[in-house]
Write a protein that binds this ligand. Structure first.
Ligand SMILES: Nc1nc2c(ncn2[C@@H]2O[C@H](COP(=O)(O)OP(=O)(O)OP(=O)(O)O)[C@@H](O)[C@H]2O)c(=O)[nH]1
Ligand SMILES: [Mg+2]
Length: 368
């Protein structure tokens, strides 16, 4: 039996991992390949899983911890997808605040299950605005030092760095960021692309589909700083019932709710890492609307939109921000109390700081 390929795409919160993996899944499906997706989060009820399902791909969700700490669940998820669909290629999205994935996931997978999987090198996606702020190439609201540490470790462990969203910046900015990376990370493979309009996508995806994970070097990392940095990010996942007396425009509703959140975080001087929401009408159409916001200063963007007005449905809210989880929950509750009380009812909410990462396996090489 031929080996399945395992492609894991890293990158900080909001870099475009889900968008890119769905695009890659479509490309592979068009080429006659079977794909299985694996999403991951610290808690259940994922916007990402909804988005992948909307694209009609088989998906397994690993909730309640990252891949490295739930290594066995990752293998179980792959086995479950294999039972049902026997994918040729697994596409896995790790939690966007995780790092040290090569030592704790890629190498152990190759060592333990190398007969079943060919492992691709780790590519790490970069949102160009966020990257320029972290690298000090642009002014603006930023994360604190320990969160930046996690970000820079993600960059350091990548075999390939992928500047995504080049449609959203000028060619001069692409050049500026590329030059910085070439100068400071000369050993990395560098790609520039837009998974939105497809520019540069084939160059990166052909590499991701065919290249093999490199030699077993281990990035040095201080787990105390990593744990502190990750824990500075508050997480909130909520599901809410939506119901109104009259039909309403779900796209406009999502925009005004996102604007409300964005304004609340901005006035509290807190940086949003990624705010994402999906709205699924109860009309059985299977359509969904989605909205995302990266950074408190940017405008929320509607991704998928609904063609028809709706009366009822389900709203999933995922917020990751550098703020106390309680504060994020207060912002949600204020939105419910103030502007959206008549149509939203909270069904389930979890808000927390990610716990200290304790990987199931870690390859301790010469420097590890
Ligand atoms: N302009 C532009 N936007 C993009 C591109 N790729 C992704 N985005 C947008 O970036 C936002 C975040 O994308 P996601 O794919 O959800 O990012 P992610 O890395 O999976 O985020 P997390 O799962 O929260 O870590 C969405 O609004 C996407 O539409 C791109 O190439 N260009
Ligand atoms: Mg995602």
């Amino acid at each position: 039996m031929s080996k399945a390929r395992y492609i894991m795409l890293g990158g900080f919160l909001g870099a475009g991992k889900t968008t890119t993996l769905i695009k890659l899944a479509e490309k592979l499906r068009d080429a006659g390949k079977k794909v299985g997706l694996i999403t991951n989060d610290q808690a259940a009820n994922l916007v990402d899983t909804n988005l992948v399902k909307a694209g009609d791909f088989p998906v397994e969700e690993i909730a309640g911890g990252c891949f490295c700490c739930r290594f066995n669940s990752l293998k179980d998820a792959a086995d479950k997808l294999t039972e049902n669909d026997r994918p040729d290629i697994f596409l896995a999205e790790p939690v966007g605040s995780c790092t040290d994935l090569v030592a704790t996931v890629s190498y152990p997978l190759r060592r333990m299950y190398g007969d079943s999987f060919t492992i691709s090198p780790l590519s790490v996606l970069l949102d160009p605005r966020r990257a320029m702020r972290i690298f000090g190439l642009e002014e603006g609201r930023n994360f604190s030092e320990k969160v930046k540490y996690v970000y820079l470790k993600q960059v350091e462990e990548a075999e390939a760095l992928v500047i995504n969203k080049i449609d959203s910046i000028s060619p001069e900015e692409v050049e500026k960021l590329s030059s910085y990376i070439k100068e400071n990370y000369p050993k990395k493979k560098l790609f520039t692309m837009s998974s939105r309009n497809g520019d540069g996508f084939d160059e990166w995806s052909d590499y991701a589909i065919s290249a093999e994970l490199g030699s077993e070097e281990c990035m040095p990392i201080d787990y105390d700083i990593y744990a502190d940095g990750e824990a500075l990010l508050g997480w909130l996942n909520a599901t809410l019932a939506v119901s109104a007396n009259e039909s309403f425009d779900g796209n406009e509703f999502l925009k005004s709710l996102a604007a409300h959140f964005s304004q609340s975080f901005g006035s509290a001087d807190k940086e949003i890492a990624h705010l994402k929401m999906t709205l699924s009408p109860e009309d059985g159409s299977g359509e969904i609307a989605s909205i995302n916001q990266i950074g408190s200063e940017l405008v929320p963007e509607l991704g998928l939109s609904l063609l028809d007005p709706l009366k009822s449905g389900q709203l999933v809210v995922n917020i990751r921000a550098e703020a106390d989880p309680e504060e994020i929950n207060d912002i949600l509750n204020n939105a419910l109390k103030e502007d959206f009380t008549s149509i939203l009812e909270l069904e389930h909410v979890e808000f927390f700081r990610p716990g200290r990462p304790t990987p199931t396996h870690r390859y301790a090489g010469a420097t590890g």
